[in-house]
Design a protein around this ligand. Structure first.
Ligand code: SAM
Length: 317
């Protein structure tokens, strides 16, 4: 799977080199590139935001910069009515000439990308501050990869006012060949950006990861990416471990409790039935516990349950 992430803080994604995600890159299962949105700016301050039309606090991410970046990464021609100025603004082919490396390499991220958000915000508005140049569109790359599946890209914007991202979305997206994430900052991105790319026939999704507001889309993208990629065939060492999990399958319930050894710890015993060796009884016990926990904690999931996902014994529970 090819994954492009666009952010004003691409270094956030260094964590993707760790653990299973790092291994998946080494194996060639994932090809992740974190891009700096400011590489598609042309002004001396590398501005990506402007004041909200209609007034209000904060700043909004500019459509022009995002469009240059997204046209480039989606390999779309900019509309001709924008004229030669827009075409001139197209980034060079540097992103394609990226070095051979399987794992994310953040060594080329521009120094000014390491500024904290407040500083970057000030930089956008303060004409006296001049960040240094740097035009490497691809902070990372991996040409030494297994060939990625050829399929239409999916463009994803994290957004707290969008529908909730669920395990169902993660499952669907785990089959995609190319995901392109756009991380919002400030008050968010201009609403015409997703609208425009939808009109170009691109599969554009906007997702919230929960009913709270984060400073930016980077953490939300990391969350979605982890949920999606662990469902890819070959990602988990033991594929069985993702079959019976919370929110998974037709009868999506919360999982039963898990225990390990010792059988008694600090005076608390594991449920005796789990030590019985009777697999039928263990399965029934776990199923009952999953149903009871879901009913207590997430009754909405019980209400949404398809009756076909229940058996006779469940109905007694
Ligand atoms: N003004 C926006 C609102 O009230 O809905 C909040 C903007 S937030 C400070 C900046 C960016 O963080 C958003 O554009 C989005 O990319 C990301 N973000 C914040 N909270 C999020 C959430 N719960 N789910 C997904 N993305 C989120």
């Amino acid at each position: 799977m090819k994954i492009d992430i666009v952010s004003v803080f691409p270094e956030y994604f260094e964590v993707l080199n760790l653990s299973l995600m790092g291994k998946a890159q080494s194996k060639g299962l994932l090809e992740i590139t974190a891009h700096n949105l400011r590489d598609w700016t042309h002004d001396v301050h590398h501005s990506v935001d402007d004041t909200p039309v209609g007034g209000g606090a904060g700043m909004v991410m500019k459509p022009e910069v995002w469009a240059e970046c997204l046209d480039d990464l989606l390999e779309l021609e900019p509309p001709s009515e924008n004229g030669p100025a827009e075409e001139l603004a197209f980034p060079s082919s540097e992103a394609e000439d990226s070095p051979d490396e399987a794992i994310l390499d953040f060594s080329e991220i521009r120094d000014d990308a390491l500024l904290d958000e407040d500083a970057a915000d000030v930089m956008d508005r303060d004409a006296t501050v001049e960040p240094d140049g740097g035009s490497d569109n691809g902070a990372t790359n991996g040409t030494d990869m297994a060939p990625t599946q050829e399929s239409a890209p999916v463009l994803i914007f994290p957004n707290p006012s969008a529908p909730l991202f669920t395990q169902r979305d993660a499952t669907e997206l785990s089959h995609a060949g190319h995901l392109l994430f756009g991380c919002g900052r400030y008050e968010g991105y201009d609403a015409r950006i997703p609208e425009y790319y939808r009109a170009q026939g691109i599969d554009v999704r906007e997702y919230s990861i929960g009913d709270y507001v984060l400073n930016g889309g980077e953490v939300a993208v990391s969350v979605m990416l982890e949920a999606i990629t662990r469902l890819m065939p070959g990602f988990m060492g033991n594929p069985e471990s993702i079959v019976e999990e919370s929110y998974t399958g037709e009868g999506a319930l919360l999982e039963h409790h898990q225990y390990t050894k010792p059988a008694v710890w600090r005076g608390i015993s594991v449920p005796e039935i789990l030590l019985s060796g009777d697999h039928g009884k263990v399965d029934r016990f776990r199923r009952d516990e999953a149903l009871a926990r879901t009913n207590d904690i997430r009754p909405d999931l019980i209400e949404a349950l398809d009756c076909k996902a229940l058996d006779k014994a469940d109905r007694k529970t």
